[in-house]
Design a protein around this ligand. Structure first.
Ligand code: HEM
Ligand code: HEM
Length: 224
């Protein structure tokens, strides 16, 4: 019987894992509160108006989570320059021929399911890395449109920096539509992302799923 000896590699440092789960939490809060802002519940109450400030609380939660989301995102960009080689910004762009080859391999495994073979990469595979790059661009867009709208409601210095976004994009209505549509893009991404993480965990057997918790992945050292 063949026996594989597994070695473990420390892939995701604490800041990457911290970023990931804080981002997960804020995106969930932003999507739920954002959905309610776009489609408010028609709650009828006999109470005095100032006692039923639920919509104000929903908006407050959205804005508070937005600040956390934004600074967490800036922190991840910073970590792309100082973190280990799996966290670095080069993992997110396609600039080598072998990365294109790897994308074709991943498509064969993930979409065509023509092969059930572990990928050789330890960090993000090239397709995953590039997808995260697009997701980071979407996070940037969501921050620009969000703070752009917020600049009309706040005198704080940070939202004021984004006051140019709304006129540039053709007014409040257009910006809200885009901001809303991107929420659905994140929901679709999250569904596919979680499916793929589970799938790769099974196909590769290297602990992809738990790697975002403990940081370790497992690779075959030798086969007896
Ligand atoms: C239960 C839910 C989730 C699980 C189990 C999970 C798990 C993981 C794992 C294992 C990785 C590393 C995969 C790889 O090697 O390529 C990863 C990366 C990533 N995930 Fe998730 N994820 C979840 C939800 C989300 C959500 C909701 C988002 C955002 C909308 C998200 C955004 C990302 C991003 C941006 C990365 C790249 C991380 C980086 O390099 O900084 N994840 N996730
Ligand atoms: C993953 C990130 C985010 C998601 C999923 C999200 C989602 C949403 C949604 C669905 C709406 C309602 C749009 C509509 O249909 O009218 C909304 C409104 C809004 N969001 Fe976000 N948002 C995110 C990030 C942000 C950020 C970073 C800010 C920055 C401050 C922000 C500020 C706002 C503002 C100001 C409104 C309008 C509130 C109002 O007019 O009452 N959002 N968001």
């Amino acid at each position: 019987m063949k026996k594989a000896t597994l070695g473990r590699v420390y892939v995701w440092e604490v800041p990457v894992r911290f970023y990931h789960w804080l981002n997960f939490l804020t995106v969930v809060v932003l999507a739920v509160t954002g959905y309610l802002i776009g489609r408010p519940l028609a709650i009828q109450r006999a109470a005095e108006a100032s006692y039923s400030y639920w919509f104000g609380k929903v908006r407050f939660l959205h804005f508070a989570a937005a600040y956390v989301f934004f600074f967490n995102f800036l922190f991840r960009i910073y970590w792309g320059f100082v973190g280990n080689r799996y966290a670095g910004w080069k993992n997110f762009i396609i600039y080598r021929r072998d990365q294109l080859r790897e994308i074709a391999e991943v498509l064969k495994v993930d979409i065509l399911q023509a092969r059930v073979k572990p990928m050789d990469t330890i960090g993000h595979n090239s397709l995953a890395g590039f997808t995260y790059f697009l997701v980071f661009l979407a996070f940037l867009f969501q921050s620009l449109t969000g703070f752009g709208m917020y600049s009309a409601m706040s005198d704080a210095w940070l939202p004021r920096l984004f006051a140019w976004v709304v006129p540039l994009m053709g007014g409040d209505f257009a910006v809200r539509q885009w901001h809303h549509a991107f929420m659905w893009a994140f929901i679709v991404f999250a569904i596919v992302h979680v499916y793929l993480v589970f799938y790769h965990d099974y196909v590769e057997g290297r602990g992809v799923l738990s790697s975002m918790a403990g940081g370790w992945k497992f690779i075959e050292k030798e086969t007896k």
